[in-house]
Design a protein around this ligand. Structure first.
Ligand code: ZN
Length: 280
């Protein structure tokens, strides 16, 4: 059921990926073929199935439909299904699922816009950052430190804690990428990291908290290197979208959060020992 819901939402994310960077309305007009401008009928607009039925071509003009459409739909479907199992397995509230699912949607839009146009749209991050805080307050369970709090007592102190955790996550997540960009600019004497990545990581940190924010910061470059090397050799370009790697790292860190928080905790302990040692 979550997979099917994900497919339908993925279909809407496709609309966002195409229209948001082109500054078009998300509601009207109805979807049409970018080549012949024929309105797409409802039976040609069924996620994945219509693409397979039409074998990836427009019914009217036979123009090729991007493989991105079914990919985004399947990816969203998969993530919704995985997240629902993940949240149930951990006995989290449905609210936690909503928070993670919303973040996944924002990451999918950012990733595919970044892959195509090398930008992360402000429309996503400027909506996502305040939403991350709102989700955290509505659902303190999102922040690992407050896993025990699952009731809905309004004005409970746990909500305040979650808000603090969310803001801290935004500052640490965005701050690390920002520092990286400043350092890169100083070393390479040119723009090393886009400001879109800073905002993307602020949004993500606002949902996952500062510890996972740190984990994502260190995991993303591994994915980046794995994929950047063949791209650099083939395309001979120095511009590589970093949003997709941050997004991938964010999802991996969410699904294996106990493991990654454990690692961050070990480093915190090591640093604490080092600093107290220096004081002694
Ligand atoms: Zn067409």
């Amino acid at each position: 059921m979550f997979f099917v819901v994900g497919l339908v939402i993925g279909s809407f994310l496709n609309v966002c990926i195409y229209r948001i960077p082109r500054k078009k309305s998300l509601i009207s007009p109805r979807s049409s073929c970018p080549d012949c401008h024929t309105h797409i009928r409802w039976y040609d607009n069924i996620p994945v199935f219509s693409y397979l039925l039409l074998r990836g071509h427009c019914r009217t003009c036979k123009a090729k439909i991007s493989i991105r459409y079914p990919c985004v739909e399947l990816l969203t479907g998969y993530l919704f299904a995985h997240l629902s199992v993940f949240v149930q397995y951990r006995h989290e509230s449905p609210c936690v699922f909503t928070g993670y699912a919303a973040l996944s949607c924002a990451l999918i839009i950012s990733t595919f816009v970044d892959l195509e146009l090398l930008i992360i749209p402000n429309e996503v991050t400027f909506v996502g950052i305040p939403l991350a805080l709102i989700f955290s307050v509505l659902c303190p369970g999102l922040h690992n430190e407050h896993q025990t709090v699952r009731n809905f007592s309004l004005f409970g102190i746990s909500r305040l804690d979650a808000a603090v955790a969310s803001i801290l996550g935004m500052i640490v997540g965005g701050g690390l990428i920002f520092l990286c960009g400043v350092l890169g600019k100083w070393i390479f004497r040119k723009e090393a990291m886009g400001f879109g990545d800073v905002k993307l990581m602020s949004m993500t940190g606002g949902i996952v908290g500062w510890k996972l924010g740190v984990a994502i910061f260190f995991v993303a470059p591994f994915f980046g290197l794995l994929m950047a090397i063949p791209v650099l050799i083939r395309k001979k370009t120095h511009l590589i979208p970093y949003g997709p790697f941050l997004s991938l790292a964010a999802l991996v860190c969410i699904f294996f959060q106990d493991y990654f928080i454990g690692i961050v905790d070990v480093y915190i302990q090591i640093l604490t020992i080092l600093f107290t040692g220096l004081h002694l």
